[in-house]
Ligand binder design. Structure first.
Ligand code: V07
Length: 264
């Protein structure tokens, strides 16, 4: 009896989810969703587990959300996995984090290939440990020809750093006479950023109750809808992602077809 009730309840939940999913798909979906996956340490602390247990749990959620985003038909998913600031954490924690890409890809790369996902990195990949670099370049190479969801990991990424690097390259080219100072425009700067081949995020999600950008895609987020939730990243699920998308769609409807730039 109890089992039956539970099963019925699960069915109702999944029916509700399917309805919400179908409804979201009937409207304008955000093309590009970016996520600051915060709260893994706090999730672990609440359970008196070590921080790394929270990171591991967080990695499992990345798989779940990637699958769901792909199913929904999202074009680009950018995930902030490791910031340039994260090197300041205890060495053992950093070492553990640097193993997560291999751990993730070791079990999940075949599924990503099968699901036509293209894996991409933005950040300073050169200065990652060899084993991490090997795993991520292998994943990028093996998925380079896929044209489904673009799964873009921000790894050893910092936005100000990205902008400074772009400005240095531009300055060099001006000095070499390849371009003139007059030709520097937003469009030109765009083309020197690590996101040059991506569209700008339509929706930014940050979990865990912090309401700041923490040096993440500062240039690219100029017109992005921002959505903050108290949910910790390891507790984030399909329903949470739909909630963010539903909120995005309500805001879009309210603007009655006007684009972000025209409202301010
Ligand atoms: C990391 C799990 C998610 C929560 C945030 C911090 C910890 C997946 C990856 C990853 C990165 C590149 C790649 C495949 C997977 C990852 C780090 C941390 C450093 F090609 N999760 N995850 N990388 N966390």
């Amino acid at each position: 009896m109890l089992k039956k009730l539970i099963r019925k309840n699960e069915k109702t939940i999944s029916k509700d989810m399917n309805d919400r999913k179908a409804k979201a798909q009937q409207e304008q979906l955000p093309n590009h969703i970016a996520i600051i996956m915060d709260g893994n340490g706090r999730w672990a602390k609440k359970r008196t587990l070590p921080r790394i247990a929270g990171h591991y749990e967080g990695m499992k959620i990345v798989k779940k959300i990637t699958r769901f985003a792909n199913e929904l038909g999202i074009k680009t998913l950018t995930l902030y996995a490791f910031s340039t600031e994260n090197w300041k954490r205890p060495k053992l924690e950093v070492d553990f984090l640097m193993r997560l890409p291999e751990e993730f890809l070791g079990t999940y790369l075949p599924e990503l290939i099968e699901q036509n996902v293209r894996v991409n990195m933005m950040g300073n990949i050169e200065s990652l440990p060899e084993h991490t670099k090997r795993a991520v370049t292998n994943a990028m190479n093996q998925t380079a020809n896929n044209d489904g969801l673009l799964l873009n990991f921000a790894l050893n990424y910092g936005s100000r750093d990205e902008i400074v690097q772009a400005v240095q390259k531009i300055a060099n080219e001006v000095q070499e006479g390849k371009i003139t100072a007059d030709s520097i425009s937003e469009k030109l700067l765009d083309s020197y950023l690590m996101t040059k081949d991506l569209t700008e995020p339509d929706l930014l999600i940050r979990t865990s109750g912090e309401v700041r950008l923490s040096n993440f895609m500062l240039w690219q987020l100029a017109y992005t809808e921002l959505w903050f939730t108290d949910t910790l990243w390891p507790d984030f699920d399909e329903s949470s992602l739909l909630e963010a998308i539903e909120s995005f769609q309500t805001r879009n409807r309210r603007y009655g077809g006007l684009k972000g730039e025209e409202i301010n």
